[in-house]
Design a protein around this ligand. Structure first.
Ligand code: ATP
Ligand code: MG
Length: 484
C-alpha cells in the first residue's frame, strides 16, 4: 500500500463540494474513518468533473444513521448502504466490506448478499477496477493506493482487481461497467479482461435482475458517450442480453439519436433515458404494428397493442418502470399525430406535454433518412418559429394539400366534419382501460378474441403472451385508438 500526497495527485479540497466535505467531517468528528472513494477521486485525478461523490467509512450503516439522524436513510438489502442528504446533494456512504461468505453466493458464483463488514484492506479488494479503488482523505491530504492504481490512471488502463473471470461471475454487471468506463474515460481494457469477455460469460447477465439492468442501462445512456459505447455493446455480445428481439445492428436512427443524446448532455440539457428506449425499440414496434394490421386489426388498436407487447417483452430483460412505459408509448403515438395532424388540432398539439419529445423523435427519424416522415419533421420545426399569422397561413396551406391528397386516395378515413381542437389522450392508462372494457360492445370483444386465437400459431413460443395469463387478460382489454 502506498500513501500518496493528494496535492501530488492533483487533488485539493478547493475542488470538492461542501456536501462531501460535510459528510467526511461529520464522520471523522464522531470518531470514524472516512474517505472519498470511486468515481469522484478517479475523475478528479483525470481532470474531469465527477458526476457525484461516494464516501466509505468503518461506521456501519446504523452508526452512520446515528451520526446524521434524519438526514440519513439506509437503503438496499443485497448491498446495504447509507444515503446521506447534505444540502441538496445526496452522498452514498458505504461501509468497508469483507469478502462475501460462501453461503451467500448462487450456484453460478453470483453474490446474492454482501453485507459482511470488514477493514479498508478487505474493502479495496472488493471493488471492481483498480482506478475505482483509491481512497482520498481530503482533510489529511492523502490518497491510499493499494494496487498501483495511479499507474493505471497514467497508462489509461482499465484493470479488474483479482481474477477477471471470478469477478465477472460474482457480479455480471461488471461487464457493463467495463464497457461504460472504457467508453467514458477512453481507457484501454486490460487484455486479461478481454480474454474472459466471452459470449458465454455475457449470458450470465440473464441471471441479473431486470431492475438492476435497467439502472445500468440508464447509466450507459446518460454518461455522454453513448455513440462510443453502442458498437461496443454489439462487439462484446452484450446487446442481445440487454435488449429483447433487437437486431444486432445500429440503425442510422439509433446512431443519430445517440449522437444527439451525447450532445445534449455535453451542453447540460436534461435527457430522459426512456427516450432512447423508444428509439431502440421503434422498429420492433413498427413490425409488431404490421403484424396486428395484417391480422385485420385497425391501425390505432394495432399501435396500442403493439406498444404494450414490445415493452412487455423488453421488461423481461430490463424492467421498464410504469412512467417510462407511458412515456415511450406516448412518444410512439405522437408520431402518428404529428405525421397527419388534424388542422384544427395543430396548435393544441404543439402545446401538448409530449409534443417536444414526439417532435424530437420525428425530426431524428427524418434527419436519419426515414422517408416515412414525409417532411413533417421540418414542417413542425418551422411551425414553432412562426408568428400567429404565419401559423394560420401554414395551417390553411397544409389543409389544402391534405384535401388534395385525400381526393387522390380512395381508402381514406371518414371526413371530419366537426373535429374538436382538443387532443385526446395519447395512451389510455390501465384504469381507463378496464373501465372501457367493461362497457365495450360484445362485437369488439369478439373481434379481439379472434386476434388472440389467430396469433397463437405465429407468435414466438417464448412470447410472454403465451406464457402469462395476465397478458391474455390485457389483450382482451385492448385500448381503442385515440386518433380514429
Ligand atoms: P460513476 O462515475 O458512474 O459514479 P463510480 O465508479 O463512482 O462511477 P458507482 O456506481 O458510483 O461508480 O460506484 C462507486 C464505487 O463503488 C465504484 O467506484 C467502485 O469502487 C464500487 N463499485 C460499484 N459497483 C461495483 C460493482 N458492481 N463491483 C465492485 N465494486 C463496485
Ligand atoms: Mg459514483
Amino acid at each position: 500500500m502506498q500513501t500518496l500526497r493528494a496535492s501530488k495527485c492533483g487533488l485539493s479540497t478547493a475542488q470538492l463540494p461542501s456536501s462531501i466535505l460535510d459528510v467526511i467531517d461529520s464522520l471523522t468528528k464522531a470518531g470514524y474513518e472516512a474517505y472519498i472513494v470511486g468515481g469522484g477521486v478517479r475523475d478528479l485525478m483525470l481532470g474531469q468533473s465527477p458526476k457525484d461523490y461516494d464516501a466509505v467509512t468503518n461506521a456501519t450503516p446504523s452508526q452512520v444513521k446515528e451520526v446524521f439522524g434524519r438526514r440519513c436513510r439506509i437503503i438496499g438489502r443485497r448491498f446495504e448502504l447509507a444515503h446521506v442528504y447534505s444540502g441538496r446533494e445526496l452522498i452514498e456512504v458505504a461501509t468497508f466490506r469483507a469478502p462475501p461468505k460462501k453461503a451467500i453466493t448462487s450456484a453460478a458464483g453470483m453474490i446474492l448478499r454482501d453485507n459482511n463488514w470488514g477493514t479498508i484492506e478487505q474493502d479495496f479488494s472488493r471493488r471492481d477496477f483498480s482506478i475505482n479503488a483509491l481512497y482520498y482523505q481530503p482533510r489529511k491530504g492523502i490518497v491510499l493506493d493499494f494496487c498501483n492504481a495511479v499507474d493505471d490512471i497514467k497508462s489509461k488502463t482499465l484493470r479488474l482487481l483479482g481474477d477477471p473471470a471470478l469477478r465477472f461471475e460474482e457480479d455480471p454487471v461488471r461487464m457493463l461497467r467495463t464497457l461504460r468506463f472504457a467508453a467514458k474515460l477512453n481507457f484501454n481494457i486490460d487484455p486479461a479482461i478481454l480474454e474472459v469477455f466471452t459470449l458465454e460469460m455475457t449470458q450470465l447477465l440473464r441471471d441479473v435482475s431486470p431492475h438492476r439492468l435497467y439502472d445500468e442501462s440508464q447509466k450507459l445512456f446518460t454518461m455522454g458517450h453513448l455513440s462510443q459505447v453502442m458498437p461496443m455493446l454489439i462487439d462484446f455480445d452484450i446487446w442481445q442480453q440487454l435488449f429483447a428481439d433487437l437486431k444486432t445492428e445500429i440503425t442510422p436512427f439509433m446512431a443519430r439519436a445517440a449522437k444527439n443524446t451525447d450532445q445534449r448532455i455535453q451542453i447540460g440539457k436534461t435527457i430522459n433515458p426512456a427516450f432512447f428506449y423508444a428509439v431502440l425499440l421503434w422498429e420492433n414496434f413498427l413490425r409488431r404494428c404490421d403484424f396486428y394490421q395484417a391480422k385485420g386489426v385497425v391501425a390505432a388498436e394495432a399501435r396500442a397493442q403493439a406498444g404494450l407487447d414490445v415493452l412487455k417483452r423488453q421488461a423481461t430483460r430490463t424492467i421498464i418502470p410504469r412512467f417510462a412505459e407511458t412515456f415511450i408509448r406516448e412518444v410512439w403515438e405522437m408520431q402518428t399525430r404529428l405525421l397527419n395532424p388534424k388542422p384544427q388540432q395543430i396548435e393544441a398539439l404543439s402545446g401538448h406535454a409530449r409534443f417536444r419529445a414526439g417532435f424530437d423523435f420525428l425530426l431524428l427519424r427524418e434527419k436519419s433518412g426515414d422517408p416515412s416522415t414525409q417532411g413533417m419533421g421540418a414542417w413542425w420545426e418551422a411551425y414553432q418559429t412562426m408568428s400567429t399569422d404565419e401559423k394560420e397561413r401554414a395551417i390553411s396551406s397544409y389543409n389544402r394539400q391534405r384535401a388534395k391528397n385525400r381526393r387522390k386516395v380512395t381508402t381514406e378515413e371518414p371526413v371530419e366534419s366537426k373535429v374538436s381542437a382538443q387532443i385526446e389522450p395519447l395512451v389510455k392508462e390501465a384504469e381507463t382501460r378496464s373501465r372501457r372494457s367493461r362497457k365495450a360492445p360484445v362485437e369488439e370483444k369478439k373481434s379481439l378474441t379472434n386476434v388472440v386465437s389467430h396469433q397463437t400459431d405465429s407468435i414466438h413460443p417464448d412470447h410472454p403472451i403465451l406464457k402469462r395469463k395476465r397478458v391474455q387478460r390485457d389483450l382482451s382489454n385492448v385500448i381503442f385508438g385515440p386518433t380514429q
